[in-house]
Design a protein around this ligand. Structure first.
Ligand code: F6R
Length: 243
């Protein structure tokens, strides 16, 4: 695992944006894995800025997002489909048919998971997967105790995740209890992974990710075994590290 230390959220976003742009330019048909949440918002703003300044085009880019809430349709403002359109896709020249997220309101969710997994496989490997990290070490919505061999699946969100994500909803009770998420095995098959973390609230998780053991009780720890994973952390997120 490579560790990149930056000053703050802004630097983290700029660093990640440069990597994404380089990746897009290095391939005829780049495939990106994307995340939602607060962490990558600055990255997406920087990418929109770069697109507007004619520094990058998304015409040939294909994307796969990590996850979606069960029960939220794509036009629901709290859905991850909506988030991605609002924060990135609507502002760049990406072909909407090349952007993929699980369908949280599919009538047969088990089949939806299989179809999503097959779609990733048929597109080829994800060239670059962007990740955030939950305070409990989740990546995607793979909560502690998830198997490292999991594929795209339906998961039950733990209370701390529901609590953390309730900031986006009017009431905590409105946060869906389940999600569809790419599995850890699917994530680990990406050619390259960049995990971003900013702020004091992530410091404990980052310490465990970098200094702790590899265990299914802390899903992100598997990244220690990925051949090309980079952890990008700002000063606050790095504040509990030994070195
Ligand atoms: C989002 C996702 C989650 C988040 C994590 C951190 O698609 O997969 O794993 O990356 O919950 O969320 P933020 O960035 O809001 O702290």
């Amino acid at each position: 695992m490579n560790i990149v230390k930056v000053k703050d959220y802004q630097e983290m976003s700029a660093w990640a944006s440069k990597q994404v742009i380089d990746k897009i330019k290095s391939s005829d048909q780049p495939v990106l894995g994307l995340a939602t949440g607060s962490t990558p918002e600055g990255l997406y703003q920087d990418l929109i800025e770069a697109y507007k300044n004619h520094q990058v085009s998304f015409k040939n880019v294909t994307t796969f997002n990590l996850d979606e809430y069960v029960g939220l349709a794509a036009d629901d403002p709290n859905s991850y489909n909506y988030f991605m359109n609002d924060k990135l896709f609507n502002h760049v020249d990406i072909d909407p048919s090349h952007t993929h997220l699980p369908n949280g309101v599919a009538t047969d969710l088990e089949q939806e998971c299989k179809d999503y997994e097959a779609l990733i496989k048929n597109t080829g490997q994800i060239d670059l997967q962007i990740l955030g990290i939950g305070i409990n070490g989740h990546i995607g919505f793979n909560e502690p105790g998830s198997s490292f061999s999991d594929r795209t699946q339906i998961v039950k969100l733990v209370d701390s995740t529901i609590e953390a994500n309730s900031r986006f909803f009017a009431h905590k009770e409105d946060v869906p209890t389940h999600a569809v998420t790419m599995g850890i095995k699917t994530i680990m098959e990406s050619k390259e992974i960049i995990l971003l973390a900013s702020g004091e609230s992530k410091a404990k998780a980052i310490k465990q990710l970098i200094e702790g053991e590899v265990t299914e009780d802390f899903p992100a720890s598997i990244l220690q075994q990925h051949p090309n994973a980079t952890i990008v952390i700002d000063n606050a997120a790095a504040s509990l590290l030994n070195a």
